[in-house]
Design a binder for this molecule. Structure first.
Ligand code: AMP
Length: 273
């Protein structure tokens, strides 16, 4: 892969990278479409990265469909697909990690302490292997995109980071490979994250001076009404740039949440300013 991408670069090709963990849906395909717009060659990677999963998380059962993914990428106009083996990426005695310090402490990072260290390490490795001109990430994992942008700035990667909008199902549920875990009935309840975000947005629109705690109570009510067994990991109102919690809403406010539904942990976010 390294040799191929060096050859492409020396032929003057602009390389666009789309890193994924596979089991692709329309959200991923939109990232490829976005990459295609600004590059000559798009490279999609499929790698279920073990270092970003905690031992208690779903690494072993994470859904996989390599054949289906390859067909989707080809149909979506992706040029090159890179599917490395785990032992190629993490060789014996692997012990070097990339860690973004501050913004990884909030939101997801608070609940998944080693997660972002795994993400930045694999993304840095993919950047080093592929040396893309640009890389596309999804707004659905907005903190992840912010962490990658920080890493690119701090480590001087000459790579443009593009953040593509969240793609949702008709009812509003953000597309996610993990949605596959749900039964039909559970899937209907999974819309509660989106409904709670909408509730927040509308409540704040009507009363911009409302306190975040009051909005959280309203969101909680919406979630519990749709799925009484839902366990809320966190709901947070933060500043879009700094990711720090806010006490007053403004145009840079974003609401993020993580909810455990029937043993599946989903995340979502919405700009509310
Ligand atoms: P994953 O395979 O879930 O690790 O995601 C790979 C990339 O796809 C990440 O940049 C995600 O943010 C992005 N992504 C996942 N779901 C969506 C979605 N519903 N809409 C847009 N981008 C997404």
């Amino acid at each position: 892969m390294q040799k191929l991408s060096r050859e492409l670069a020396s032929d003057g090709k602009r390389i666009g990278l789309v890193p994924t963990m596979g089991f692709l849906h329309d959200g991923h395909l939109l990232l490829i479409k976005r990459a295609k717009k600004q590059s000559d060659i798009t490279i999609t990677t499929i790698f279920v990265n073990p270092t970003q999963f905690a031992p208690t998380e779903d690494l072993a059962k994470y859904p996989r469909d390599e054949k289906g993914d390859i067909a989707k990428i080809k149909a979506g106009g992706g040029d090159i697909i890179f599917i490395p083996r785990t032992d190629e990426i993490y060789a014996d005695q692997f012990q070097t990690y990339v860690n973004v310090e501050k913004i990884t402490q909030f939101l997801e990072g608070r609940h998944r302490p080693e997660h972002f260290k795994g993400v930045t390490t694999i993304v840095a490795k993919l950047f080093n292997i592929i040396r893309p001109d640009l890389a596309v990430f999804g707004q659905k994992d907005y903190q992840q995109a912010a962490v990658i942008k920080r890493m690119v700035r701090d480590l001087d990667y000459p790579i443009r980071i593009i953040v593509a909008p969240t793609i949702r199902d008709k009812d509003g549920l953000a597309l996610s490979s993990r949605n596959k875990y749900f039964s039909y009935e559970q899937r209907q309840e999974a819309v509660c994250l989106y409904k709670a975000l909408k509730e927040a947005k509308e409540t704040i629109k009507i009363n911009p001076n409302i306190k975040p705690t009051q909005v959280k109570t309203a969101m909680m009510r919406v979630i519990k009404k749709i799925c009484s067994s839902a366990e809320i990991d966190y709901m947070a109102f933060t500043d879009y740039e700094t990711l720090e919690e806010i006490s007053k809403f403004d145009k840079n406010s974003i609401c993020s949440l993580a909810v455990n539904l029937h043993g599946v942990r989903l995340i979502d976010n919405m700009k509310i300013g």
